[in-house]
Design a protein around this ligand. Structure first.
Ligand SMILES: [Fe+2]
Length: 494
């Protein structure tokens, strides 16, 4: 059986996705989990080893390298002759042993984002919005997507904005301005926003935005903001102003997408789709929303593979990476939780995308005031950062005001206002919201754990954060889990 392999590599967040000839996703994983280098740009040999034994007919690369080099030349970043050939890049990233005589293709960067979303969705027709930092030249695209009579996905580009006018580059520039790592720590900037006053937003808008409807900026923010820009404001206020502004820019794009009147189904992709605080506001614009759990460039490995495959891809869940075999250790986890201990779990297949969804998680009882500090101490994180709840889906509405479009928040893609924050301070942010993961009756290990936990405690949720050693990506294999246990003295069940 011939398989199709998608590859995203060479810039940041290198990843591979493998689809079989029936549209099943056989494997999808991130290189950083193997190399332990956050956002690793290159494919690690141990990730390649996961793919041995499969007959690969086609390798699909997630962007057009020559066009990207032309944009870099245009933007003054220089032109790298050795990075214009897809074949050369693919051969450098993947072993010849794996490639064999596979055909090598490439696709447009934003089209790969679009396909990763549309072809994993249940929609027959959808409006696809892609917002990221920059692809080759595009920074925002809106597509009309549908299947033809033979079931092949067809995309029509309805609107685009180009470099350097970019919502993603704006947010990354502010991330850098407050001393965080751009293209990595944008989620921390989003968390900081709840602690600041957004008064600075008007000034930011006047200084930086030329046309907020067209999403045109007055300057190229790829080079960042001046280090002293807004130095009379705190970093938290700058974060709040930027979040406020970015949410309105995103909503302007959504308004445009709705007006184009292609479909009432929205597929939303690109790195900016990870902004779960902004996402709670987009439900008002469409009837149904799908954000593939890995909407950023790593997920485009799946998009490239989907384009080469051509048809709908069978999305079941996000557990697509390295496998730690064995039954989910429900009783071992409960033994720890019931004596108020924090406990790790590394079981089954690793999550594809940035969120731990129960297979590589650190779990705790979310009730009580001291638990947030204890978990933050273990993870050596900034104390202001809250944690997320994982809850039985049918009870989510009782505890959270789930926003329209995200009534089922299975991949933590939106925040929701907590109805009883005083009972669960560890999982509620300063603005009263939580990034909720709802778990349906899907037979998963985390579902069985929550059901038993609820029977024993009357509490339908747990605190859930990613299982990772400080500064490293999430735990991947059993050896990582053992290392976590030794370093932090927290039991990791597997
Ligand atoms: Fe992208």
């Amino acid at each position: 059986m011939k398989h199709t392999l998608g590859l995203s590599a060479g810039f940041h967040d290198a990843a591979v996705s493998l689809i079989d000839s029936h549209g099943e996703i056989v494997f999808a994983g991130h290189s950083e989990r193997y190399s332990k280098i956050k956002n690793d740009a290159d494919i690690h040999p141990d990730l390649v080893a996961e793919l041995y034994g499969y007959d690969i007919g086609t390798v699909a690369y997630y962007e057009r390298p020559l066009v990207k080099q032309l944009r870099q030349l245009y933007s003054g970043q220089g032109f790298e002759w050795d990075k214009i050939s897809t074949k050369k890049i693919v051969r450098q990233q993947l072993k010849p042993k794996l490639l064999g005589d596979a055909k090598i293709k490439n696709y447009n960067h934003h089209l790969c984002h679009a396909a990763a979303g549309f072809q994993t969705s249940t929609f027959d027709r959808a409006t696809v919005v892609v917002i990221d930092a920059v692809g080759e030249f595009e920074t925002i695209t809106i597509w009309g997507a549908e299947y033809d009579k033979k079931g092949r996905a067809v995309y029509r580009k309805l609107w685009q904005q180009n470099y350097p006018h970019s919502i993603g580059l704006f947010y990354s520039a502010v991330t850098s301005r407050v001393g965080l790592r751009p293209l990595d720590e944008e989620y921390i900037l989003m968390g900081m926003a709840a602690y600041g006053k957004a008064d600075v937003r008007q000034r930011m808008q006047l200084d930086l935005i030329d046309n907020e409807w067209e999403i045109r900026f007055k300057q190229n923010l790829h080079t960042g903001l001046a280090t002293k820009y807004l130095s009379d404001y705190s970093d938290f206020d700058i974060a709040a102003g930027a979040q406020d502004l970015v949410e309105d820019l995103i909503l302007n794009v959504m308004t445009r997408a709705k007006k184009l009147d292609w479909s009432r189904n929205l597929v939303y992709m690109g790195g900016v789709a990870l902004n779960c605080a902004a996402n709670r506001r987009i439900g008002a614009y469409f009837d149904n929303i799908w954000i593939m759990p890995c909407p950023s460039d790593g997920g485009s490995s799946l998009g490239a593979a989907a384009l080469a495959y051509g048809h709908r891809v069978n999305w079941r869940n996000a557990y697509l990476g390295h496998d730690i075999p064995g039954p989910y250790p429900v009783n071992d986890i409960l033994d720890e939780l019931l004596v108020r201990k924090i406990v790790g779990v590394a079981s089954g297949r690793a999550e594809f995308g940035p969120r731990a969804l129960g297979n590589r998680s650190l779990l705790a009882d979310p009730r009580g005031s001291e638990i947030k500090e204890r978990v933050n101490d273990i993870k050596r994180r900034q104390q202001f950062r809250p944690f997320a709840p994982v809850i039985l889906e049918e009870l989510a509405d009782t505890y959270f005001d789930m926003p329209r479009g995200f009534e089922h928040s299975r991949y933590m893609q939106s925040v929701a206002r907590c109805r009883v924050p005083e009972l669960f301070p560890a999982i509620v942010h300063a603005d009263g919201t939580s990034r909720v993961q709802t778990v349906p009756k899907d037979g998963s290990g985390i579902r069985e754990l929550l059901e038993k936990w609820y029977v024993m405690t009357d509490c339908p949720m747990l605190l859930n954060t990613s299982l990772n050693i400080r500064g490293e990506p999430m735990v991947n294999d059993r050896a990582d889990a053992d290392r976590f246990e030794q370093l932090y003295g927290v039991k990791v069940c597997s």
